[in-house]
Design a protein around this ligand. Structure first.
Ligand SMILES: Nc1ncnc2c1ncn2[C@@H]1O[C@H](COP(=O)(O)OP(=O)(O)OP(=O)(O)O)[C@@H](O)[C@H]1O
Ligand SMILES: [Mg+2]
Length: 118
């Protein structure tokens, strides 16, 4: 079955200490489910808190949390706003939001697909 109304996945990389706040704040927009993963990653500073000039600087993977949520496209703007409000400290390493298209979702117990299945 083809899903005609768009679904998106938000892949949200967060600091360990902001996850709880973000999760609670997101309940305001009514999400059907979410997946939380412990990840390790680096961004522009390559895991360092100061920017070094050396070309030979090594990459340091930092512990982060990744929250994945599939939602209806029309909720995405509100979700992004809520995440920005609750995850931003202003210091480097606050994280990132990736927004991906989702082709379909199927609820295993019932066989429902698309929005019904969220
Ligand atoms: N381009 C990327 N691709 C995949 N994951 C990324 C990318 N950039 C950042 N991440 C993930 O997000 C985490 C946090 O990134 P971070 O907030 O440091 O990004 P940044 O671009 O360096 O921004 P800032 O300058 O605010 O630190 C990384 O540890 C990594 O897990
Ligand atoms: Mg960074």
């Amino acid at each position: 079955m083809k899903e005609e109304k768009a679904l998106k996945k938000l892949q949200v990389i967060l600091r360990l200490e902001t996850v709880e706040r973000v999760k609670e704040a997101l309940s305001a927009i009514g999400i059907g489910g979410a997946t939380l993963m412990e990840v390790r990653g680096f961004g522009r500073q390559r895991g360092h808190t100061e920017i070094y000039r050396s070309q030979r600087m090594e990459v340091d993977f930092r512990s982060k949390m990744m929250l994945e949520i599939v939602m209806e496209e029309e909720k995405v703007d509100d979700a992004v706003k809520i995440i920005l409000e609750n995850a931003r400290t202003g210091a480097v390493g606050d994280g990132k939001i990736f927004i991906l298209p989702v082709e379909n979702v199927i609820r295993i117990r019932t066989g429902e697909s698309g929005r019904e299945a969220l």
